[in-house]
Design a protein around this ligand. Structure first.
Ligand code: ADP
Ligand code: ASP
Ligand code: MG
Length: 451
């Protein structure tokens, strides 16, 4: 049976003609790579998110649309046959203009998804044309015919069984004779409305589709040669990791390592599909293999940082030696669809952080109605401008003295909520956003550079 590889290329990997040409080389060099999912060209999603918030000033709105067109036109101008794609791309750009106008008076999550999806809809025209001109047997495919989700715009939930059935019907037949180029990040609900999987969601799309077509491998091509001991932008001394387990890599992604969308490894793990992460600019540098079984399981694997944290502290003397208080709190949160991330409790208070990965971005908000209902139960304090730092590793609780090493290094930092113990793989805490990178730098030096 023919082996299939799914490859995903992120925004910087498809930023312009030369970057896309490097993607085509990578695809061409591996005949097993049959399905390609890509992001919007670098910068485009951010511009579209701005438009979706509603830009009142017409001149400003038009200049954002011009900027988006400028990014795409720079690639189109390099084609031998630019007319092949110009009409389709102009049509989508006109839609952007119309949606952006609507967003001024009636911004909505549904409109945001329609608008931001245009980035991926255009970039796939560009890469398909480039590969066509290189003589590769390529077909552009609209992933909305397969990637069915619920209607939770901005962070839609994929419908796994239907996706598999739709992939069998609409996608697999194409793969027999073609390399298929399609969109990451976007999907469709049952009514045909465009949805998105949340910022950075192309990684997740690639894993979902790899699962649906039962691929033999998933490659995530980005702007760094693999996963590092921490974000190399924060610590230039960070080291690449050659091999890492699904659980460690999932923790990294969950705790903010932007290199992978937090849900990416769920489908890969379900079907035991090995994942490779590498740089599309320097493929020869190798990268990271994420697998079920790995040779080494070090106590300290990496440090991750997640910004934009919102901490909610609820205090009530009724909580003291009483039962049912937390149940009531969570009932209110569930009713208002507030997803809780971390939680710590004392006798009379509970602190929690709110989850945030949806497409609109920004710090997550406690909805005013939820706050009102909580205030009937207890006092409510909401704090912003916090970051979550996570230390990820293996069997940390069995390593004597490590807490002293970690907290000793951080003695000059004002630590907020600390979570430890529920998972053998991590210890995490909140700090003020302004000092978070410094906390990562100090810890990296102590735990990863001085060994
Ligand atoms: P893409 O557009 O290809 O999806 P992203 O910007 O989403 O790329 O993710 C790649 C970035 O993730 C890197 O440039 C790096 O700054 C950041 N990053 C965060 N944590 C890590 C880590 N532990 N290892 C490598 N890169 C990381
Ligand atoms: N283009 C989307 C974003 O910038 C999805 C992705 O790149 O993964 O968030
Ligand atoms: Mg990404």
């Amino acid at each position: 049976m023919q082996r299939f590889n799914v490859a995903k290329f992120g925004g910087t990997s498809v930023a312009n003609f030369d970057a896309m040409d490097r993607c085509a080389n990578i695809i061409n060099n591996n005949p097993e790579t049959k399905l390609i999912l890509i992001s919007a060209c670098s910068g485009v999603t951010n511009l579209l998110v701005n438009l979706a918030r509603g830009v009142q000033d017409e001149t400003k709105r038009n200049s954002i649309i011009q900027e988006i067109s400028g990014i795409h036109n720079a690639t189109i101008e390099r084609f031998s046959e630019p007319h092949q794609v110009r009409q389709d791309i102009n049509h989508i750009t006109q839609q952007i203009t119309q949606y952006a106008y609507t967003a001024v008076d009636k911004p909505s999550k549904q409109l945001t998804d329609q608008l931001v999806a245009c980035g991926e809809l255009i970039s796939t025209y560009l890469l398909t044309q480039l590969m066509n001109e290189r003589g590769l047997p390529v077909k552009r495919f609209d992933i909305r015919q397969v990637l069915l989700t619920d209607s939770n715009f901005g962070k839609a939930e994929p419908q796994i069984e239907q996706i598999e059935a739709l992939a069998q019907k609409n996608l697999i037949p194409l793969l027999r004779d073609h390399i298929v180029v399609t969109q990451g990040f976007i999907g469709s609900d049952i009514a045909g409305h465009t949805t998105t999987l949340g910022r950075g969601g192309s990684d997740y799309s690639a894993a979902l589709i790899a699962e649906a077509i039962k691929a033999d491998g998933l490659e995530i091509w980005t702007d760094v040669p693999g996963m590092y001991t921490t974000d190399p932008r924060i610590v230039p001394q960070a080291e690449p990791i050659a091999e890492i387990s699904f659980s460690e890599a999932s923790e990294m992604a969950n705790f903010g390592a932007k290199i992978l969308h937090p849900s990416t490894l769920v489908p890969a793990l379900r079907h035991n599909i090995p994942v490779f992460v590498g740089s599309s600019k320097f493929p020869e540098k190798g990268g990271t293999w994420i697998k079920k079984q790995v040779e080494t399981c070090p106590s300290f694997r990496s440090l991750a940082l997640r910004g934009n944290q919102t901490m909610v502290t609820l205090r009530s003397l009724d909580m003291f030696h009483a039962y049912g208080f937390l149940a009531k709190v969570f009932e209110v949160l569930a009713k208002h669809k507030v997803s809780v991330d971390l939680i710590t409790t004392s006798e009379v208070s509970v602190s929690l952080t709110l989850d945030q990965t949806n497409t609109s971005g920004g710090a997550p908000q406690l909805p005013p109605l939820a706050r009102e209902e909580l205030e009937a139960l207890c006092t409510v304090e909401v704090e912003n401008n916090l970051s979550l730092v996570a230390l990820i590793g293996n069997k940390m609780r069995d390593k004597k003295g490590y807490a002293k090493q970690v907290f000793g290094t951080l003695e000059d930092f004002n630590l907020r909520m600390i979570c430890y113990g529920a998972s053998p793989h991590n210890l995490c805490f909140l700090v003020e956003e302004s000092v978070a990178k410094q906390a990562i730098q100090c810890l990296h030096k102590e735990l990863f550079e001085n060994v």
